[in-house]
Design a protein around this ligand. Structure first.
Ligand SMILES: Cc1ncc(COP(=O)(O)O)c(C=O)c1O
Length: 454
């Protein structure tokens, strides 16, 4: 009998998040104040974030307890299933074993709810009742809308224009949960107005939408705080519930991965699945190949510059050490909206720099081809972002077919694609462009990156 679903008993759901900072091979490069280039003080962050999250951002503790109210909300959909992809293995004719963690079963349809719940909770207990945020594909905005509904908070979502237009039902979904959704760039902020005046036909970008959401929170006199769906340490921390569960589930069937794969926008779902396994590599030298997958149109980890840069286009965030294509880079309007980000989480940048992990870049059409193969074998329609991870999982499995190796491959199914069918339509009608970023754009990025001594 094939055991497709490897379920974790709810009583075994991990009750602490794993913080990788103490296990890093080099000291964590701190965020810097853009004016002084000195490490930011926690008080510098207080205008945007509540104390609980600021504490987690700089914590040196290995495990951080998950408060009971968050555990309770997690229990709505966690532990999520780990699936052995027997049908995909058969379709590919590979001797490899393929496993995936199915984060698409959350009510929001992706992993993003794991941090949305935590962020709404820490804001609520600090007395904040309204959050602002950005969203690319709409997955993050949906997750935060749900979390705000759970904690009876207001939510405003600045949605990148290209996705706002491509995905009308994502908007309706967020509205159903009570959020206000605004196409970004918008006329609601000074930064949005500036961009609209300069580039009226812009597709928008995550970097621009982040600036708008930050501006609104920063000017609210403490009434509104800002919530980020990826990149920051506390966001990656919250996602480690994924990998910790996956580890217990794999252990329960006597398995351990040789390869761990996730797609990379800001880096949170890849960090979530990989960090608990990376702990074994960092502490005990366990041999595991970690592969982050990004679009060739927005190749941050594979071709970006390792430097301090802003997290947003409007230069409102602290400077973050990362791989970057330049904070004013506007990626092509590819359908994996959640991967259209100029930078990457510092934690992942450091791990790639130190060769603990590696990254590869993929074109759109091969990703959709992989997504369709996966959907026909496993029944789940993946988000275009997730399709990037699936492409490389399939490629790794096909390499095993060639070599006869029986590797165990684990990837994160970060979300479903039920609201991305225009992208699938475009793929089926041959309208998807395969875009590789031109080197001249990357060279130009060097000019806009702040000059920081260290
Ligand atoms: C389904 C899905 N996967 C992945 C991502 C990429 O984000 P991250 O790298 O933070 O996981 C997104 C972002 O919106 C997403 O919606």
């Amino acid at each position: 009998m094939n055991q497709y679903n490897i379920l974790l008993d709810p009583s075994k759901m991990p009750d602490a998040w794993y913080n990788i900072i103490p296990d890093l091979p080099v000291p964590f490069p701190p965020p810097l104040h853009p004016g002084t280039h000195q490490p930011v003080n926690p008080s510098d962050l207080a205008v945007l974030f509540p104390p609980g999250l600021i504490e987690q951002e700089a914590s040196g503790q290995s495990m951080i307890s998950i408060p009971g109210e968050i555990m309770d909300a997690y229990r709505l959909y966690r532990p999520t299933p780990l699936r052995r992809a027997f049908r995909l293995e058969k379709a590919l004719g590979t001797p490899a074993k393929i496993f995936y963690k199915n984060e698409s079963v959350s009510p929001s349809g992706s992993h993003k709810l794991n941090t949305a719940i935590a962020q709404a909770y820490y804001n609520k207990i600090s007395g904040v009742n309204e959050l602002t945020t950005e969203t690319g594909a709409g997955q993050w905005g949906t997750a935060l809308s749900i979390a705000c509904a759970f904690f009876n908070m207001k939510c405003t979502v600045y949605m990148v224009r290209v996705s706002f237009e491509q995905k009308p039902y994502r908007r309706s979904l967020m509205q159903t949960y009570g959020a206000r959704v605004v196409s970004s760039p918008s006329n609601e902020t000074d930064f949005g107005k500036k961009i609209l005046a300069e580039q009226p036909n812009t597709t928008g970008s995550l970097g621009i939408a982040i600036s708008e959401a930050i501006e609104v929170a920063a000017k609210s006199g403490g009434k509104k705080k800002y919530s980020l769906g990826s990149v920051l340490n506390h966001v990656l921390l919250h996602q480690t519930i994924i990998g910790q569960e996956a580890k217990l589930q794999m252990e329960s069937v006597g398995e351990y991965p040789d390869v761990v794969i996730g797609c990379c926008g800001g880096g949170s779902n890849f960090a979530g699945i990989s960090f608990p396994f990376a702990k074994d590599k960092l502490r005990n030298g366990k041999k595991i190949d970690f592969i982050g997958v990004e679009p060739a149109a927005c190749p941050t980890l594979t071709r970006g510059l390792f430097a301090y840069d802003f997290g947003d286009t409007g230069m409102m965030t602290p400077l973050l050490k990362q791989y970057t294509l330049g904070h004013n880079f506007v990626p092509a309007g590819i359908h994996a909206g959640g991967l259209r980000y100029h930078g990457i989480a510092t934690l992942l940048a450091v791990l790639v720099r130190e060769k603990v992990m590696r990254a590869v870049a993929c074109l759109q059409n091969p990703c959709f081809e992989a997504a369709v193969t996966f959907a026909r074998a496993e029944g789940i329609i993946p988000a275009p972002e997730t399709a990037h991870a699936i492409r490389i999982a399939i490629d790794e499995a096909l390499k095993c077919k060639e070599s006869g190796e029986k590797k165990t491959i684990l990837f994160n199914l970060s979300g479903h694609g039920h609201f991305d069918m225009t992208a699938y339509d475009a793929y089926f009608s041959g309208k998807l462009e395969d875009i590789v970023l031109e080197q001249s754009v990357i060279d130009a990025a060097e000019q806009c990156i702040p000059k920081v001594a260290n």
